[in-house]
Write a protein that binds this ligand. Structure first.
Ligand code: DX5
Ligand code: ZN
Length: 227
């Protein structure tokens, strides 16, 4: 079983380390963990699919042994098949890809699963949920991007709540939301049916423990998990 398979409808927080200080990554993750984070969101960018460049399997391999939390790699790159084996080797728990640039989605998802990782699909804001309809049996979680991939700190796109709703009608798979998530937007997405809250700048631009806790509390309140 994996992290997403065992979620059981709970609201969870996934700090996006894109907004962390990379010189002290493990510490930043620990602070977010103290605030209730349960998954580390690891953004991989190639200056091709997106106009930004970040970190790859070597950094993942260094981080994985430093945290008890599962690491979730979000591949915002062309030709992800080339790097999936290295991320599997690095010990990440799950890998999501962007169907907009994957040539053979079924094969890519199978490759992720055969490496023992859970397989996710991340949808750009204008990518219709129906794109993944025939891939659903091969997917373990869906990431609804609520900004255009590439940068942290962008403005939340409110129409993405409707996309979460549409996906909810299509599938029971766990839905992750990524982009502009904070204590104000998290409840909107949770009410729509999202359960995994990815947040970068909202967590790391303040005290990560306090900020992670605020977002989680807001999300859990919206789900009726707490008062
Ligand atoms: C954007 C990334 C996000 C990013 C979110 O391409 O996929 O994970 O870190 O950052 P915030 O939470 O600042 O919008
Ligand atoms: Zn991401």
């Amino acid at each position: 079983m994996g992290f997403f398979a065992e979620l059981d409808g709970r609201v969870v927080g996934a700090p996006s380390i894109l907004a962390a200080n990379f010189a002290r990554l493990a510490e930043e993750v620990k602070w977010a963990e103290a605030g209730g984070a349960e998954l580390v969101h690891f953004d991989v960018m190639d200056n091709q699919f997106v106009p930004n460049l970040t970190i790859g399997p070597l950094v993942a391999a260094s981080l994985v042994p430093e945290t008890p939390l599962p690491v979730d790699a979000h591949l915002q790159i062309l030709d992800p098949d080339n790097l999936i084996p290295s991320f599997v080797e690095a010990g990440v728990a799950s890998i999501s890809v962007q169907p907009e640039v994957v040539r053979h989605l079924h094969r890519t998802l199978a490759m992720i699963r055969s490496g023992g990782c859970e397989a996710g699909v991340a949808l750009n804001p204008t990518t219709p949920p129906e794109t993944i309809e025939w891939a659903l049996p091969y997917i373990d979680y869906v990431n609804v991007m609520s900004v255009n991939p590439g940068f942290g700190g962008q403005e939340f796109i409110p129409e993405m709540a409707e996309k979460v709703r549409r996906l909810r009608e299509m599938t029971d798979l766990p839905i992750q939301v990524d982009g502009g998530i904070n204590a104000g937007t998290a409840p909107v997405m949770v009410e729509a049916g999202a359960r995994v809250l990815v947040a970068g700048s909202a967590v790391f631009e303040g005290d990560p423990e306090t900020e992670m806790r605020k977002i989680l509390d807001a999300g859990r309140r919206a789900a009726g998990e707490i008062k």
